[in-house]
Design a protein. Structure first.
Length: 140
């Protein structure tokens, strides 16, 4: 089984030249049933009112929530696809770093439900999200 350090290195490596790299998302911590990623808030994350764009928060949430499912299935036999995501944005932010923690609510054979809490540097909740992933058997 792949160790925690190698999982993080793999996730960060496969994120090169993707939206995750463009937004500055980095996977930083992994456990048995959780994954943490961080993202800076800069002007490239803004909406026109010069605060964090809700879509950037959702991109962070989906990135960490999907990756949690991916590292918990046998990728030789299964594919993971996002089915649905929702979010409640609690407060806005103009600068700093965000920390997104994804944890399983449900980890079934064919579906995963993941809760993602996005917090600022003071550990104040910015957004809470829920992601549903489907786990599909690969067609050989």
């Amino acid at each position: 089984m792949i160790n925690k350090k190698d999982k993080l290195q793999l996730l960060n490596k496969i994120s090169i030249d993707t939206l995750m790299e463009h937004l500055g998302i980095t996977y930083t911590e992994v456990g048995e049933d959780y994954l943490v990623a961080e993202m800076p808030v800069t002007s490239k994350h803004y909406q026109p009112m010069r605060i964090l764009h809700g879509g950037a928060s959702l991109a962070l949430a989906e990135s960490v929530g999907s990756a949690l499912s991916v590292i918990n299935v046998d990728l030789d036999r299964y594919d993971v696809k996002g089915m649905e995501i929702n979010a409640n944005h609690i407060r806005s932010i103009k600068k700093g770093n965000l920390k997104a923690t994804a944890k399983f609510i449900h980890k079934g054979r064919t579906s995963h439900i993941v809760e993602i809490n996005i917090c600022n540097e003071l550990d104040k909740l910015i957004s809470i999200c829920r992601l549903t992933n489907v786990v599909l058997k690969k067609q050989l």
